[in-house]
Design a protein around this ligand. Structure first.
Ligand SMILES: Nc1ncnc2c1ncn2[C@@H]1O[C@H](COP(=O)(O)OP(=O)(O)OP(=O)(O)O)[C@@H](O)[C@H]1O
Ligand SMILES: [Mg+2]
Length: 249
């Protein structure tokens, strides 16, 4: 399924001080992702480990893409690079039309806050904050009141009766739903989710999956999801397979 991004619906998004994409035809569009020759290597005590090698990809605005591959093939590393959480050892990454390989940490953080939602493999909720405060946080960090939007989203994900629970008072599936609500609250153009249905039973996994796509269909978000779940992968427009750090056709 392909859908057209509704850029007009996003004019309410704050303009943070991030580099403005140059207006030429070769510049990727808002909401899109592009990499060229991306590699990631890390130094081990007596050798270099290549985690990703020569990754080139284009994901268009509004597309839903699954990244699949064996454990250790580099999926989480690639997602971190695409989302601007980490920088490549070499190559180019364009996030939301911005060449983030040339941006410093402050600029990448501003772009993430403005354009990106991220659902982490292990949720990463703030342990001392209620579900409501966790979901409101991305808006509060931008100087806005997030309480009303957070309450509405938590109701939407079926947690209207759990607003004041701390993460440790929630089940795994409930924490995952809080993490998804938090990722959507600031209305990102691009949503990244790392194994959003991992460690969940089939029924809960299916509910989470529906939630991801329902939230998305209302907003035409670009979605990049890392998953081992074949059913979830099949619901995406396209699958990218990583094999030992390389993209397989
Ligand atoms: N900072 C690091 N230093 C050293 N090695 C690393 C580092 N980060 C990742 N790796 C290694 O890179 C490889 C890819 O890791 P990554 O987490 O991207 O895999 P993955 O495909 O997400 O696996 P999984 O499906 O198990 O989550 C692994 O072999 C991992 O051990
Ligand atoms: Mg991983």
């Amino acid at each position: 399924m392909t859908h057209t991004p509704d850029t007009h619906a996003r004019n309410d998004i704050d303009t943070a001080p991030v580099p403005t994409p140059a207006a030429d035809a070769s510049t990727p569009a808002r909401g899109s992702l592009r990499t060229r020759g991306v590699g990631k290597t890390v130094a081990l005590p007596d050798s270099q480990l290549t985690i990703l090698d020569d990754i080139g990809l284009d994901i268009t605005a509004g597309e839903r893409v699954a990244i699949v591959g064996e454990s250790g093939s580099g999926k989480t590393t690639l997602l971190s690079l695409l989302a601007g959480l980490d920088v490549p050892s070499h190559g180019e990454v364009w996030l939301d039309g911005v060449p983030i390989h040339a941006a410093d940490e402050d600029a990448r953080a501003a772009l993430r806050a403005q354009a990106v939602g991220f659902v982490f493999q292990n949720f990463q909720l703030m342990p001392a904050m209620s579900a409501l405060d966790n979901v409101a946080l991305p808006l509060e960090l931008r100087g806005k009141s997030g309480t009303q939007a957070a309450r509405e989203l938590l109701q939407k994900v079926g947690l209207g009766e759990r607003l004041h629970h701390l993460p440790r008072q929630l089940s795994g599936g409930e924490q995952q739903r809080v993490a998804i609500a938090r990722a959507f609250v600031a209305r990102p153009r691009i949503l990244f989710a790392d194994e959003p249905t991992g460690n969940l039973d089939r029924k809960t996994g299916l509910a989470i999956e529906d939630l991801l796509f329902d939230m998305d269909s209302a907003r035409a978000t670009t979605v990049v999801v890392v998953t081992h779940d074949e059913r979830l992968a099949a619901r995406c427009d396209r699958q990218l397979r990583l094999d030992a750090g390389r993209l397989r056709a």
